[in-house]
Design a protein around this ligand. Structure first.
Ligand code: PGA
Length: 225
């Protein structure tokens, strides 16, 4: 099965850099799901990339300065939304309860959801992930994609062992009653992906730091296809 490659630009790249990036990305035929900074999203939609937002709000409209609703995203041609990224949980104090509301409204608006979960350095993965999934997906029946991102692996250059990735993904699958796709994220680059790609339960990758480098993406493409 073709691996999903999701590109999380975070708050990187400016308008000028974006033009070359889009031209080059088209040429390498990676078929990614791109999660650009929100104001860049229309450029990817116009160029027919599968496009997502890095965050979403849990109301359709109203006096919520700075937020974007699933309804607005859908109208623009956005197909995906990333919910519960560890940076949102940490830096913007997002709770599982808020995450649950965001996922509900996103699914009601026919957006596809990637829910990010993962343990910190000194945490027991089972305790943390069980809670993130049970509370995050409470009363939700539609399938979502999960991204397993150990917090300590994000942006650190350090990756877990293949055994750890396989164990955690198998654990995540045991918590859900459908054939869930689980992505791995955290320091995925053209080098680390060569080893991770041996883990057969990985459905794809959520890539941060390397996602804005066309050179990196070219090499990643060779590994996943
Ligand atoms: P990274 O980020 O690839 O830079 O580790 C991954 C992520 O935060 O989704």
């Amino acid at each position: 099965m073709e691996k999903i490659v999701a590109l999380n630009h975070k708050m990187n790249m400016d308008y000028d850099e974006l033009q070359d990036y889009i031209d080059d990305l088209k040429k390498i035929n990676l078929n990614p799901i791109v999660f650009p900074t929100a104001i860049h999203a229309p450029y990817f939609v116009e160029d027919h990339f599968r496009t997502g937002l890095q965050n979403i709000y849990f109301q359709d409209n109203g006096a919520f300065t700075g937020e974007t609703s699933p309804k607005q995203a859908k109208k623009l041609g956005i197909e995906y939304v990333l919910v519960g990224h560890s940076e949102r949980r940490e830096l913007f104090s997002e709770s599982n309860e808020e995450i649950n509301k965001k996922i509900k409204l996103a699914l009601e608006n026919d957006l596809k959801v990637i829910l990010c979960v993962g343990e910190k350095n000194n945490e027991d993965y089972q305790t943390v992930i069980k809670r993130q999934i049970k509370e995050g997906l409470q009363n939700i029946t539609k399938p979502v994609i999960i991204a397993y991102e150990p917090v300590w692996a994000i942006g650190s250059g350090v990756i877990p062992s293949n055994e750890h990735i396989k164990t955690v993904i198998t654990y995540i699958q045991s918590l859900l009653n459908y054939d869930v796709k689980v992505l791995y994220g955290g320091s995925v680059n053209s080098i680390t992906i060569q080893k991770i790609n041996e883990v057969n339960v990985v459905s794809g990758y959520l890539i941060g730091g390397s996602s804005t480098s066309i050179q990196e993406l070219k090499k990643i493409k060779e590994v996943v296809s």
